[in-house]
Design a protein around this ligand. Structure first.
Ligand SMILES: *Cc1c(COP(=O)(O)O)cnc(C)c1O
Length: 428
């Protein structure tokens, strides 16, 4: 591997060294550390369009997109302008605002399963609340999740949870009581028979099944043909709810998310990332009869001081408006196809794919259908690839177990430069 001698990260190293004394691991979220690829994280200074700049002045083409929200490109001028206007009216109301109606209407219009929605501040919060709601509605306590699917860091969902948990090799986390996960059953992704067995073995006890309809948190893993449809049939059969965690896929793999793309409508859906346009927003929604249980309409308690925050609503509304413009998803598909097919041509013994603005590459010759398969990929090779790309100005997620993201700001030239870098790195 050739390292580029001009690549300097002195300031990043200084700032990160100081950060490590101030915050655990020097980061505010573990996935930002470079634990699994080695080396130190790059400290960002600013972001714009498809690019990010670090504190040493290096520029990168970015395929992390702040982990999903930046689908229109970072710091989109129209989002910034809308935020400037909203800022003049104050940063938080703690009371109803018309902005919530606007974003709620847009979400309800877009996402087939959502008839009513509740805004929260993160994907984690949305998933925590939706589990409570599943249990409140069905009067059942058990839930089924899939290994390698991440639904935020709430206790009952921190079981075989992919993403940062996978990266750090923690099957679980200390501090999560056994009682908290006792009602969480897990099945391998893309394994309908396993789900059927769990449902059959726990009659009238399973509140529902939650999943990433396209997995992004064990790397990119699409559902097998018939998997989502099969879950829909099985959950109906056993009186359980079906929940799509579309925190990552919502407004990314199609405007209406995976449920629009695959034509399977769950009972409930969680959202986050893109709907906040880069500000903290999560949401859960679904059938009106179920959502009517949420306080104050119903007895299921869930609240938030900053929920429905006017700045966050504004960024979300503008981002969705940009996504509604004609040709958006065709453009995302075209650019991501070019990147994904290009990478697969260059990388020998790699497998992967893409859907719309989400892609993945595993360093394994075998097809990856679930987290077990994903774990067979060559992590050392991925680390070398990651480092080589970083030194050539390409910023990829620092883990084999994360999906990549493109945006409307990525150009053909950006993709060409990325593929040229990959050719250089992988030929050594
Ligand atoms: C990111 C993510 C979450 C958690 O969202 P946060 O905003 O990080 O709390 C939940 N589910 C999925 C599928 C995610 O990708």
């Amino acid at each position: 591997m050739i390292t580029t001698s001009s690549f300097k990260t002195t300031k990043s190293e200084e700032i990160f060294a100081a950060a490590q004394k101030l915050m655990p691991g020097g980061v505010s979220s573990p996935v930002r550390a470079f634990k699994s690829v080695g080396g130190q994280p790059i400290v960002f200074d600013r972001v714009k369009g498809a690019y990010v700049w670090d504190v040493d002045g290096n520029q990168y083409i970015d395929y992390v997109g702040t982990w999903g929200p930046a689908i229109c490109g970072h710091a989109h001028p129209e989002v910034l302008a809308a935020l400037h206007d909203a800022l003049e009216k104050g940063t938080s109301f703690g009371a109803p605002s018309a902005l919530e109606n606007v974003l709620a209407s847009m979400v309800i219009e877009a996402v087939p399963s959502i008839e009513m929605v509740r805004f929260v501040n993160s994907g984690t919060e949305a998933c925590m609340a939706v589990i409570r709601l599943m249990r409140a509605f069905t009067g059942r306590d058990k839930i089924i999740k899939f290994s390698g699917c991440y639904h935020g860091h709430a206790d009952m969902l921190l079981v075989q949870a992919g993403s940062g948990v996978a990266t750090l090799g923690l099957p679980d986390s200390p501090g999560v009581p056994k009682s908290a996960t006792a009602n969480t059953l897990t099945a391998p992704y893309n394994d309908l028979e396993a789900v059927k067995s769990l449902l059959a073995a726990n009659p009238n006890e399973i509140a529902g099944v939650i999943l990433e309809p396209v997995v992004g948190n064990s790397g990119f893993i699409p559902p097998d043909v018939g998997f989502l449809e099969g879950l829909r049939v099985l959950t109906h059969e056993y009186g359980a709810l079906l929940v799509f965690d579309e925190v990552m896929t919502g407004f990314r793999i199609a405007y209406g998310g995976a449920q629009e793309k695959f034509g399977v409508t769950p009972d409930l859906t969680t959202l986050g990332k893109v709907i906040g346009g880069g500000l903290p927003v999560g949401a859960y929604g679904g059938r009106k009869d179920i959502m009517s249980l949420v306080a104050p309409a119903g007895p299921m308690y869930q609240a938030g001081t900053l929920s429905g925050n006017p700045l966050a609503m504004t960024a979300g509304i503008k981002t969705l408006e940009l996504l509604q413009r004609p040709g958006t998803y065709e453009q995302l598909d075209r650019i991501t196809k070019k990147l994904s097919e290009g990478l697969l041509q260059i990388a020998q013994e790699a497998t992967g794919g893409y859907i719309s603005a989400m892609f993945g590459l595993f360093f394994t010759g075998e097809t990856v259908r679930n987290y077990e398969d994903a774990k067979k990929s060559d992590l050392a090779k991925f680390s070398r690839f990651h480092r080589g790309m970083l030194e050539r100005g390409i910023y990829l997620a620092p883990s084999q177990f994360e999906a990549g993201f493109t945006s409307l700001a990525h150009t053909d030239e950006d993709i060409d430069r990325t593929l040229a870098a990959a050719r250089e790195v992988l030929s050594n």
